[in-house]
Structure formats: C-alpha cells, structure tokens
Design a protein around this ligand. Structure first.
Ligand SMILES: Nc1ncnc2c1ncn2[C@@H]1O[C@H](COP(=O)(O)OP(=O)(O)O)[C@@H](O)[C@H]1O
Ligand SMILES: [Mg+2]
Length: 269
C-alpha cells in the first residue's frame, strides 16, 4: 500500500505587491507518497517555487492545509517550523548556495551542527555523504575549485546531512550543461532508489522531468495535468517500451534494445 507522506488540501497563497494581490497558488490540492520521485513543471510564474517553499516550511500559505505525516504545518509557529525544516527537509537550489569560505566537507557538516554533537562524527558523516555523491578526494576543496556539477553534488550531500524525509530541489539542473544535468538527475534517481528519500523537483527540463516517476504540470497556481515518468518503469522493473523485465539500473532494455529514457515533451499534446 502506498503511504501518503504529504497531503495538500485547497492551498492558496496570495502575495501583496503594493496594494495589488498576486495569487501564486490557487486552491491547489495534491498528495505525495512515501519514496516518490516527483517533478513539478510549468511556465515561469506558475507558482512552482512558492509551492516548494510552502512544502518546505520556508513560506506560509494564506490558507489551506499542508499535512506532513498527518500533521498540519500550515499554521504552525516558526519555532516549531525550523525543526521540521532541519529534520525533515533537504533543500537543493539552482545556484547551489554553498558557502564560499568553507570547503566541501564543511559545507556538508553545517546543517548537522544542531543535531550531531561530536565534531568527529560530523566529519565522518560528511565524508560518507560526499563519497555517496561521487566526490571522494574532493572533500577539502572550496566551491570555487569545483566544477558546477561538483558543486551541485556537494549541495545534494548537504541536503542529505540530517537524513531528511524529503529532498526539495528547485531547478537543480538549471545552471548545468547537458552532461552534468544528466549526471545530477541520475544521482537523484539513485538516491531515491537506494535511500528511499522522497524527492520533489521543480524543473523546466522535460528530459529531467521524464526521469522522475510522476510529473505534475502547474499553471496559474493550479495543477492542470499529471503524467507518469520513466522512473516508475524502472522502479517496477519494466521496460516502458516493450514491457520486458529490466533491472532498475538498466539504461538500455536488454530485450528491445531501446533506451529507457524519453526525449519527447511530457505535455506536448
Ligand atoms: N515574494 C513575492 N512577492 C510578491 N509576488 C511574488 C513573490 N514571490 C512570488 N511572487 C509571484 O507569485 C507568482 C508565482 O511565483 P513563483 O512561485 O516564483 O513561480 P515559478 O517558480 O513558477 O516561476 C508570480 O506571479 C510571482 O511574481
Ligand atoms: Mg521558480
């Protein structure tokens, strides 16, 4: 049975621009199951970042419910919200947001400071996380000495620091070239499969979106379409083209030999 970890009901968010109200989210309802990898697409200004920030307890809705494991965080006071952010959420941003004067390991250790008392424990965990994202040997490098793709890997390791229930990624591939884009999406998909972390990723990139298991299309603060992505086929160990049995790590179907990815626009028709 699927286990709902996030349930959103009738969410509204209105910003005031001077005296003019801007409705960023409009009566939006959705749910996310434990361990899902979800993409949120939609034109600029459709409310994607607002939705992610409300889910991540960075921003508060005007009204509606945001149930995290059954607990409504929409009206929770800030002194409780920061603990939810720290313990349940890992954030990944388009611009990486690493601290330039800290090295990779120290950036990953930072969110652990309120949680893990021992310095050596934090260091050990940061090194393990950096190894998990493929950055062994780069621990002592400052961000400026790392490539864009490597910086985003550090940011993903940092997001995993406190073993969050959710990774919330806002355009994580937006500043990367196509090769690094692919690598970051593969890394997120791998973490989703191996760690079971629920991932909600905002993206403009239809190829990236196709590598998740469910794609939601937002317009004017509402979800207007929903589609299955290829990660679902991989999780079910079925080729999306011919239905043959595949391994979740396969990139080419061993039977029909077609690549287990798609390049078509998810919402072209
Ligand atoms: N802090 C803010 N103050 C006023 N309007 C905002 C603010 N943040 C977002 N908006 C408006 O809300 C709408 C949705 O924005 P956003 O969630 O950033 O969209 P997206 O991430 O899809 O581009 C836009 O019209 C935007 O201008
Ligand atoms: Mg945005």
């Amino acid at each position: 049975m699927s286990n709902v970890v996030l349930q959103i009901e009738n969410l509204n968010k209105t910003y005031m621009l001077g005296k003019r109200p801007v409705q960023a989210l409009s009566n939006l309802s959705m749910h996310v199951n434990q361990g899902e990898f979800i993409a949120i697409m939609g034109p600029s200004g459709s409310g994607k970042t607002t939705l992610l920030n409300v889910i991540g307890c960075i921003d508060k809705p005007t009204d509606g419910q945001v149930l995290l494991d059954g607990i409504d965080v929409a009206k929770m006071p800030e002194n409780q919200l920061y603990k939810i952010r720290r313990d349940k959420m890992g954030f990944v941003f388009q611009t990486f947001n690493l601290l330039p004067y800290l090295n990779a390991r120290e950036n990953v250790e930072l969110p652990m400071e309120g949680k893990i008392k021992s310095k050596s424990e934090r260091k050990k965990r940061a090194k393990e996380l950096l190894a998990m994202v493929g950055l062994s040997g780069r621990e002592e490098h400052r961000p400026q000495r790392l490539s864009a793709g490597e910086q985003q890997r550090v940011a993903i390791a940092r997001a995993l620091a406190n073993n969050p229930a959710f990774i919330l990624a806002d355009e994580p591939t937006g500043n990367l070239d196509s090769e690094n884009k692919q690598e970051i999406i593969k890394l997120l998909a791998k973490l989703n499969l191996t760690q079971g972390t629920t991932i909600i990723m905002v993206t403009h990139d239809s190829q990236a979106a196709n590598h998740t298991e469910r794609i939601l299309l937002l317009k004017d603060g509402k979800i207007i379409k929903e589609k299955e992505g290829l990660h679902l086929a991989k999780k079910n160990n079925k080729c999306p083209n011919c239905g043959a049995n595949i391994k979740s790590t396969d990139d080419i179907c061993p039977i029909c030999k077609k690549p287990i990815n798609a390049i078509e626009e998810p919402f072209s028709s």
